[in-house]
Design a protein around this ligand. Structure first.
Ligand code: HEM
Length: 177
């Protein structure tokens, strides 16, 4: 069976090695760009998300306050890019698969999320060409990793709660709930 990393690589077209390019180099991306760059990025990204013409995508964020969403993403990015552990101090372990389970994490949603993130990266002046490419690889791989991770958890939960003794192997299970 394919691992989540393998699925993420196949669906995103970005290998795991390329995705972890964010961890390479003598100085980390947070030291290189500064925390403010990530605040600007998250503001730019969520301004786009909350004004999206595509109602189906905007509605995924309907129960989240924009300012809180910006703060969550900004703190996570600073922490993941090697800066202070702001996110975990306030929210605990990122556990991104679990935290995304309430949302419809489809391929279409990943594409739309990435569209806004790529636009945000290209229009936030703090990012040089190399940092942008490195971050886009990380975002592409992670978005599809989350799609694969949420689907996998939902499937496991279904099997645990399914009383059909004859259900076929996990990848071929036809039931929907
Ligand atoms: C939170 C959707 C991809 C990182 C959220 C929230 C939604 C959402 C609706 C709640 C907003 C909030 O209250 O903070 C999606 C969708 C994605 C996606 C549809 C498409 C695949 C990603 C990716 C990353 C990410 C690729 C990281 C690289 C986060 C973080 C939070 C968050 C850190 C805050 C979690 C918390 O503290 O509760 N996402 N997301 N998301 N997302 Fe995503």
């Amino acid at each position: 069976m394919q691992s989540l990393q393998e699925k993420a690589s196949e669906w995103s077209g970005v290998s795991t090695v390329e995705a972890f390019g964010i961890d390479e180099g003598n100085i980390n991306l947070c030291q290189k760009l500064g925390t403010e760059a990530f605040l600007n990025l998250s503001k730019n990204f969520y301004n786009r998300v909350y004004e999206d013409d595509e109602e189906w995508f905007r509605s995924i964020f309907a129960n989240s306050e924009k300012q809180k969403a910006i703060e969550n993403q900004y703190e996570f990015l600073v922490q993941r890019m090697g800066g202070p552990t702001l996110y975990s101090q306030r929210r605990g372990h990122p556990a991104l698969i679990a935290r995304h389970r309430p949302f419809p994490m489809t391929h279409q949603a990943a594409q739309r999320w990435l569209h806004h993130m790529e636009q945000a990266l290209h229009t936030t002046p703090d990012f040089d060409h190399h940092s942008k490419t490195t971050l886009i690889n990380f975002f592409r791989h992670t978005a599809y990793f989350l799609v694969a991770g949420v689907a996998h958890k939902d499937q496991n939960l279904h099997l645990l709660t399914c009383h059909n003794k004859d259900h076929p192997p996990i990848n071929h299970h036809p039931c929907k709930n």
